[in-house]
Design a protein around this ligand. Structure first.
Ligand SMILES: C=CC1=C(C)c2cc3[nH]c(cc4nc(cc5[nH]c(cc1n2)c(C)c5CCC(=O)O)C(CCC(=O)O)=C4C)c(C)c3C=C
Ligand code: FE2
Ligand code: FE2
Length: 338
């Protein structure tokens, strides 16, 4: 029997924590530096020896990059909410998911960011305080990479280190070949192309890159991106020339996964291709890398090199198609818990 002095304890609930990459609090130098420092000191992101990397990071990168990247963020900032779109979409995905679980009152849906706020630790503690004895952590990346999925999982398990009464923890595996994800991508591409009064000669699926060396060490990311693209190509009935795979967002001097998106866009224009569309199947939400690097920069280089029509196909974001995918994955991974 519970003694009268026993503190009230909430229990019996299941938490779902959606986690995306992160976001600076603002576009000025100080918040940009804070964000990039947390990001670029993560050993899962930059695997170089700290003795080699830290002098470069603290001596050069953190002095120059916050200003440059801050300007890029300014051009795509959600001024209505004074935050990045990655944050807006991630919050919205959690709210819509919570609605979908409304009838299951023991399920609590929340969201966090790997870098910046709300932190994974703070939301895991909040879920536990709400009575979640089980937590499903969902790194919002369809393709697994150590630099993204593993670092989210590391951080979630690190949060357990500080807890006396730990919740049970499950992590969501990659879903790069899930038919529901492939269908959602295909629908979104078809629907978007139908809104144009022109047809692209080439559609580029542009994934975030990783250094070649990470791939050689055994990261499955490259293969999972290729599989997503192959399934999408089969689903759309397109050729390899029509749907091409490229990798974007290089950082640092190393060789990254190829072909590079920027070089491909320029080469296509130089070959006389006049109309292209770019889609980013590896990004669950639009962010700096899609809205600035693709919709702004890549479009500009394509036009500059002689291209005429360029379309960026939005990410699945919080669309009905996108939420169908996220909800399907969550319900599958909650099996036995709800
Ligand atoms: C060596 C560095 C990096 C690796 C490896 C890397 C992998 C990687 N990143 C994403 C998704 C996103 N990255 C974003 C921004 C971003 N990425 C890096 C570096 C590496 N990423 C930097 C330094 C930055 C910040 C911006 C910049 O300085 O250029 C974002 C956007 C975040 C936002 O707030 O909008 C996303 C999303 C994936 C999927 C991935 C490996 C598969
Ligand atoms: Fe990145
Ligand atoms: Fe980038």
């Amino acid at each position: 029997m519970k003694p009268a002095s026993h503190p009230p304890v909430k229990h019996g609930r299941v938490g779902v924590l959606l986690v995306n990459l992160g976001t600076p609090e603002g576009t000025d130098y100080a918040p940009m530096r804070r964000y990039l420092k947390q990001f670029l000191t993560d050993k899962r992101v930059i695997e170089w020896s700290r003795v080699f990397w830290y002098p470069i990071l603290f001596g050069i990168v953190l002095n120059t990059r916050p200003g440059k990247v801050g300007k890029a963020y300014q051009s795509i900032w959600n001024t209505e909410r004074n935050e990045s779109f990655l944050r807006t979409y991630t919050r919205s995905q959690a709210e819509i998911m919570a609605q979908a679980f409304q009838s299951q009152t023991n399920v609590v849906v929340d969201w966090a960011m790997r870098y910046g706020n709300p932190s994974i630790e703070s939301r895991m503690q909040a879920l536990q305080a709400e009575g979640c004895e089980r937590i499903l952590v969902f790194p919002l990346y369809p393709q697994y990479a150590a630099a993204t999925t593993a670092t989210v999982n590391d951080e979630a398990f690190k949060a357990l280190l500080k807890m006396r009464w730990q919740p049970a923890l499950r992590t969501v595996p990659p879903y790069h070949d899930d038919p529901i994800y492939i269908d959602a991508l295909a629908n979104s591409i078809t629907r978007h192309l139908a809104t144009l009064d022109w047809e692209p000669e080439v559609v580029i699926t542009s994934f975030h890159g990783i250094p070649q060396s990470y791939f050689k060490k055994g990261d499955p990311y490259y293969c999972q991106c290729q599989k997503t693209a192959r399934l999408l190509r089969e689903r759309l009935g397109w050729s390899k020339d029509k749907l091409q795979v490229t990798f974007q967002s290089r950082f640092g001097p190393e060789e990254w996964l190829q072909p590079y998106t920027d070089k491909t866009v320029e080469a296509l224009a130089a070959q006389g291709v006049k109309r292209i569309a770019v889609v980013n199947p590896g990004f669950v939400s639009d962010c700096l890398e899609t809205l600035e690097e693709i919709a702004e920069q890549a479009a500009e280089s394509f036009h500059h090199a002689g291209g005429e029509k360029f379309a960026h196909i939005p990410c699945l974001n919080d669309s009905a198609d996108g939420m169908t995918v996220l909800e399907h994955v969550v319900r599958r991974e909650l099996a036995g818990w709800v």
